[in-house]
Design a protein around this ligand. Structure first.
Ligand code: ADP
Ligand code: MG
Length: 551
């Protein structure tokens, strides 16, 4: 919209465009950013409330997940969209801590607003925030503790805490799911150059409404959401030898379409015989390889199905390419691109392959693979809403535990880490001095928004809580574990009760919040060709007909 031309700015604005300059622009952006943070703030922590989001079409989502809420909210103001970006980045990078990042970001903006009113220049604030962020990272590093993939106890706690605020109800359900997630991640984590790498793509999540959340299970293998092609094939195969084929078990169209003039019934018959023979030959190759279950990425001819059924070979067709890759990783099979390439050594293994009807729909479960490099979590729950929320909880836990395994460090949650960093930053600010000191203090205070929100959401007195926490953190050594025990409604050593979080989630939350706050504080000019949105009053975002916030 605006082009910088040799120091002179030139604007070519369409009719009806609005422009808001300088402090006004900044004030609006700050107010909007803070408003977005306040919307998600009430969902923070296990005592946070849920939001019910209703789309233009009347679809309902009930959730507690910051990223999902912002995604569904259709925010319209550009500053609000930047805040949504914070959540999106957080979600993409670590898969948890979205609400935290938005709340910190909004409070960084709010505190910057106070400094602006006191006549501090935005550049000073931005610089101060930069310095504060760097120092915060150093403090975070110091207060983080080491953890390995073998430490199931710590990882389980981290999974439990990350799921804490989701609609996954009972302790029993959470314990079960935490166990599943930790086992799954340990299974797919790989050590490369002395470091653990986790590719969560290799944890497949399938969900089906029906049953109970406690029926959610870990499958050492994968689930193929297809049915067995032929009723005459076995529905269960033990100690299965698995062939993965990415060519069609059909006579290629071009072959049959080629001009063949059939002039007599005998000719017709011999032609069909020929086709039959070719298909039989194809199936013969599969049988000779020793395969007992076939997963084909393409189609399987009816006649080929019939022959396979006769040989007691199970077959599934039109399997997704991504599922073929997971099958290969789970069973150790090599995908054969033609039947001539199919050898016994290409076959994979699974203790059990079975077709099961779930919620009236057949699915094929490839189970009991030995040391699979790809596993599945089959999510169950009473209704669509429940399974969707459980799925989000599983994803958060995968993000949290995955990040912990990769980064190898955790911190104490319940606002404890934020308080520890805030407290140390206050000391640091005094050393820095000058105007920057004020910005660093503003940054330190923004971090207190996390324990404050946790306390508010738990129905505790937020001011009392903060005062107690500040005193405790000042009095004890750096990185002590005092935080908000939201379940008991008091300040306590929350490490003792296992409120643990991945260090990487905190690191990312603080850095993406700071980055966005700095970005927004650099804006001193809003030019809006759509007229209304630049001048929208704070808080008045979203609404039907608004643009999708997340594209
Ligand atoms: P986010 O989207 O930021 O992950 P959540 O709603 O998941 O937001 O809340 C995470 C916050 O709740 C973290 O600060 C975490 O330490 C805190 N928390 C979770 N469980 C507990 C608990 N049992 N006691 C105290 N704090 C908790
Ligand atoms: Mg969370």
């Amino acid at each position: 919209m605006a082009k910088q031309m040799s120091g002179e700015q030139m604007y070519v604005l369409p009719e009806g465009a609005q422009r808001i300059l300088g402090r006004d622009a900044m004030r609006i952006n700050i107010a909007i950013g803070y408003a977005v943070a306040n919307i998600v703030k009430t969902t923070l922590g296990p005592k946070g409330m849920d939001k019910m989001l209703v789309s233009d079409l009347g679809d309902i989502v009930i959730t507690n997940d910051g990223a999902t809420i912002l995604d569904e909210m259709n925010v319209d103001h550009p500053a609000a969209k930047l805040m949504v970006e914070v959540a999106k980045t957080q979600d993409k990078e670590v898969g948890d801590g979205t609400t935290t990042s938005v709340v910190i970001g909004g409070n960084l903006l709010k505190n910057a607003g106070t400094l602006l009113e006191q006549g501090i220049h935005p550049t000073t604030i931005i610089k101060g925030y930069e310095v504060a962020e760097q120092e915060a990272m150093k403090i975070l590093e110091r207060i983080s503790k080491d953890v390995t993939p073998e430490d199931a106890k710590t990882l389980n706690r981290i999974a439990m805490i990350s799921m804490g605020s989701k609609g996954v109800g009972s302790e029993e359900e959470k314990t079960k799911i935490a166990n599943i997630v930790v086992t799954a991640l340990k299974q797919v984590a790989e050590k490369r150059d002395g470091k653990y790498v986790v590719d969560s793509d290799f944890i497949q999540i399938e969900k089906k409404a029906g049953g109970d959340v406690l029926d959610t299970e870990l499958i050492n293998g994968i689930i193929v959401d297809k049915e067995i092609v032929h009723a005459g094939m076995p529905k269960t195969i033990k100690a299965a030898k698995i062939a993965l084929i990415d060519s069609a078990l059909e006579i290629e169209k071009t072959e049959t379409d080629a001009k063949i003039e059939i002039t007599s019934p005998e000719q017709m018959e011999s032609f069909l015989k020929q086709e039959e023979k070719m298909l039989k030959e194809m199936v013969g190759k599969i049988q000779r390889s020793g395969a007992t279950a076939v997963f084909c990425q393409k189609g399987i001819d009816d006649l080929a199905q019939h022959y396979l059924a006769k040989m007691k070979i199970m077959a599934v067709r039109r399997v997704k390419k991504s599922d073929m890759e997971k099958l290969a990783r789970a069973t150790g099979a090599k995908v054969a691109s033609s039947l001539d390439d199919l050898n016994e050594s290409d076959l994979g293994n699974a203790g059990l392959v079975e077709e099961k009807k779930v919620g009236g729909e057949a699915m094929v479960f490839v189970r009991e693979c030995k040391d699979p490099k790809s596993v599945s979590i089959f999510v169950r729950g009473g209704t669509e809403h429940v399974v969707s929320e459980v799925e989000r909880a599983v994803k958060d836990a995968i993000g949290a535990v995955g990040a912990t395994i990769e980064y190898g460090k955790y911190v104490v949650g319940g606002g404890s880490a934020e308080m520890a960093i805030s407290s140390a930053l206050q000391d640091y600010a005094i050393k820095v001095g000058g105007r920057e000191q004020l910005a660093i203090q503003a940054f330190a205070e923004a971090l207190e928004a996390i324990p404050k929100a946790l306390a508010e959401n738990a129905g505790m007195d937020a001011i009392d809580t903060l005062v107690t926490l500040r005193t405790r953190h000042k009095a004890s050594k750096e990185g002590n574990s005092y935080g908000v025990d939201v379940l008991r409604g008091r300040v306590d050593d929350v490490e003792k009760i296992g409120v643990l979080e991945p260090a990487k989630v905190k690191k990312q939350a603080i850095s993406s919040a700071t980055e966005t706050a700095r970005l927004i504080l650099r804006i001193d000019d809003i030019i809006s060709s759509r007229g209304k949105s630049g001048g929208m009053p704070p808080g008045g975002m979203g609404g039907p007909g608004g643009e999708m916030g997340m594209d």
